[in-house]
Design a protein around this ligand. Structure first.
Ligand SMILES: CC(C)(COP(=O)(O)OP(=O)(O)OC[C@H]1O[C@@H](n2cnc3c(N)ncnc32)[C@H](O)[C@@H]1OP(=O)(O)O)[C@@H](O)C(=O)NCCC(=O)NCCS
Length: 164
């Protein structure tokens, strides 16, 4: 699937350094938006993690490539949780990470990747696609809503006043 001269495909080994450049952008965004949670910098450990998950048969890395340069990526994870006394069995495709390079946004690349993810979910027989996001990230929320996703669960927090 292509958007302009951008091709959406699964990642090859040689794409992984480019994917890590985008993961660095997402990490910086998270550090800025939620500095009490995210550690600044992009450690070697975070970089190496991509090479570990790339070998996991339950994880797929999708890229948007423009002239063989990675301009977008998504990490897709098959999650299977057995039934428990509270919940039915849950089996779904989770979008773990998602980013379009900051110099290539608002050109339809994110939506083209999402269309590919939906097609992949159907091919594989997943009946549900989930993702989670940080509340400060209003741009991502606008994008995910434009892509047809709905909020079904919330995390909330409260902080005591200093000295309380
Ligand atoms: C969110 C993100 C993936 C969107 O990718 P993109 O390629 O720019 O998105 P598209 O061009 O396909 O946008 C499709 C539609 O989504 C909505 N949208 C996308 N970005 C938006 C923004 N910044 N503000 C408001 N709406 C937005 C619009 O409706 C847009 O359609 P339009 O351009 O015709 O108005 C990109 O901004 C990004 O990578 N952000 C940083 C990383 C991030 O937040 N990742 C997700 C959380 S981990």
């Amino acid at each position: 699937m292509a958007q302009g001269n951008t091709v959406i495909r699964f990642a090859r080994e040689e794409d992984l350094p480019g994917v890590n450049e985008l993961r660095r952008q997402v990490n910086a965004l998270h550090v800025k938006g939620k500095p009490d949670v995210f550690k600044p910098g992009f450690s070697k450990e975070l970089e190496d993690f991509l090479y570990v998950i790339a070998k996991d048969p339950q994880i797929w890395i999708l890229v948007a490539a423009r002239d063989e340069t990675v301009v977008g990526f998504a990490v897709l994870h098959h999650i299977a949780k057995p039934e428990n006394p509270f919940m039915y069995e849950r089996d779904f495709l989770d979008i773990d990470e998602f980013c379009v390079d900051e110099h290539h946004r608002r050109q339809g690349i994110g939506m083209a990747m999402m269309d590919r993810i939906r097609a992949f979910a159907k091919e594989k027989g997943f009946r549900r696609v989930e993702l989670n996001m940080w509340e400060f990230n209003r741009e991502a929320l606008a994008f995910y809503e434009a892509a047809g996703f709905h909020t079904f669960r919330r995390y909330m927090e409260w902080f005591p006043e200093p000295g309380e």
